[in-house]
Design a protein around this ligand. Structure first.
Ligand code: GDP
Ligand code: IMO
Ligand code: MG
Length: 447
């Protein structure tokens, strides 16, 4: 590794997902050899713009768009075979060489059609008030089967387990009555042919990518190759530390890498927490700084805040320094990337939540449970807004003074330096500080 290179790094979301991780990973990938997904599945939607072309990635790591970068789907990712197949085909149709650069862990679990059925049906059963608002990609039920063990299905089983089809059909039959009771007797996810097709796709079309990625990454690191980890979802959706039960089912921060990629925590040199300059959330659950008014609508419109995976309108609110400070601490963020600085342009004043008020007390850490969280009111401090468009800014110093003061306030409140600022969706609309500036410039020769 050269002296100036920041070393193995994790890019992870500090909020409820959709912070702009895809853009950051794509940008840094030019300076790395492998980009590794370690958690989540097709619930993720990571957007990358390359010039006028938009890519929305769900299961494939964003590094797949860079020539010379190996994209690794680690053991902690739950993989829906038909979805991965279509994603690969769609990229190939756009001229991206996937086959040479993709590695898929033999330890990764398969999302089966009955997982997606259970996700859909249990959400419908809970109704609008209580449902989690999942992406219905089968994530929770698949991780539940993984933890249950006897009902988990891994790519290694697809390659080596005799009579896997029989076991899978037995699992399906065991699920049938429970899912029929949820009103899903005719759900396509309970169709035997669909279930067998998933296994077939995994075996016939995806096994060419399957290997022991744990060993692969160990060898790669030993040979001096640089690893970039691409977190999915966000710290506040973390199974243990997020706004439970309105969370996803994996460890979303750098802490998830040890389990989800099999790479020990001592190897990480840098942890880059990504946040927007405001907050968004998609799906249910408490959101202390939510603006269910014209200001929230204006942020949604200016930021084009609609889900990459489901198209749902995202809930919008002011920046929450309490929540972001908490996640930065949890993830041990060494750096911040603050995205969508352009989206706040034109607001006369910009709010920032600096504490919560709960039952007449001021608190500076988010409570663990939704009952208390729902009682929290944000203590908002307003800073002067910036009128000018900043999308063509060339450096942090050239941003309007008010934008610079706002960014400094985020740094002060979270205790972490913002070494990446984003002023638009495109690669070029990014203001990099060291250590990224020199390493990205040095490793740029890509697509
Ligand atoms: P991810 O899941 O964290 O990768 O984020 P998503 O791709 O789901 O959502 C982020 C959205 O914001 C995408 O549409 C990006 O193209 C867009 N985006 C990223 N950075 C910026 C920025 O600085 N300004 C604006 N206006 N859009 C951005
Ligand atoms: P990226 O990687 C935004 C949310 C869902 C729901 C909850 C549980 O694009 O940032 P799940 O389907 O995982 O069981 O849903 O988590 N969620 C996300 N929200 N971005 C994501 O991923 C998300 N992944 C899950 O909306 O509230
Ligand atoms: Mg997303």
């Amino acid at each position: 590794m050269t002296k100036t290179h920041p070393g193995h790094c994790c890019v992870f979301g500090l909020m409820w997902g959709d912070e702009g991780k895809g853009k950051v990973v794509d940008l840094l990938a030019g300076a790395y050899d492998c980009v590794v997904r370690y958690n989540g599945g097709a619930n993720a939607g990571h957007t990358v713009w390359i010039g006028p072309e938009k890519f929305a990635l769900h299961l494939l790591p964003a590094g797949i768009l860079r020539t010379g970068v190996v994209a690794v789907i680690g053991p902690g990712v739950v993989v829906d075979p038909p979805t991965l197949r279509s994603e690969i085909a769609a990229l190939q149709a756009r001229g991206i060489a996937v086959a040479e650069h993709l590695r898929l862990s033999n330890r990764a679990h398969l999302v089966m059609p009955y997982h997606k059925a259970e996700d859909r049906l249990s959400e419908a059963r809970m109704g609008d008030e209580r449902k989690i608002g999942t992406t219905t990609r089968g994530i929770g039920p698949c991780y539940a089967d993984k933890a249950r063990r006897s009902t988990g299905v891994r790519f290694d089983d697809v390659l080596h387990e005799p009579n896997l089809e029989d076991r899978v059909l037995r699992i399906l039959e065991d699920r049938r009555s429970a899912l029929a009771a949820l009103g899903g007797a005719d759900d396509p996810g309970l169709d035997r042919a669909e279930v067998l097709a998933s296994v077939r796709i995994a075996r016939d079309e995806l096994s060419q990518y399957v290997c022991d990625t744990t060993r692969y990454l160990f060898d790669a690191a030993r040979q001096g190759r640089r690893l970039l980890f691409e977190g999915a979802n966000g710290m506040l959706l973390d199974l243990d530390h997020g706004t439970y039960p309105f969370v996803t089912s994996s460890s979303t921060g750098p802490g998830g890498i040890a389990g989800g990629a099999g790479v020990p925590p001592t190897m990480l040199r840098r942890t880059l927490g990504v946040t927007k300059a405001y907050s968004t959330r998609v799906g249910g659950g408490p959101f202390v700084t939510e603006l269910a008014d014209e200001t929230g609508d204006r942020i949604r419109k200016q930021g084009n805040e609609y889900g990459t995976t489901t198209g749902r309108p995202r809930r919008c609110g002011w920046f929450d320094a309490v929540a972001c400070g908490y996640s930065a601490r949890l993830g041990g963020a060494t750096d911040l990337a603050i995205m969508h600085v352009d989206t706040l342009a034109g607001f006369e004043r910009v709010g920032m939540c600096v504490a919560y008020e709960c039952r007449g007390r001021k608190i500076e850490d988010p409570p663990a449970g939704v009952a208390e969280l729902s009682r929290c009111r944000p203590v908002i401090e307003y800073l002067p807004g910036w009128g000018e468009e900043v999308r063509s800014a060339a450096s942090r110093e050239s941003l309007p003074d008010q934008a610079q003061r706002y960014i400094e306030a985020i740094e002060r409140r979270t205790g972490v330096a913002a070494t990446i600022l984003s002023v638009g969706p495109e690669r070029s609309q990014t203001l990099l500080s060291e250590p990224w500036r020199s390493c990205v410039a040095a490793g740029e020769p890509t697509s």
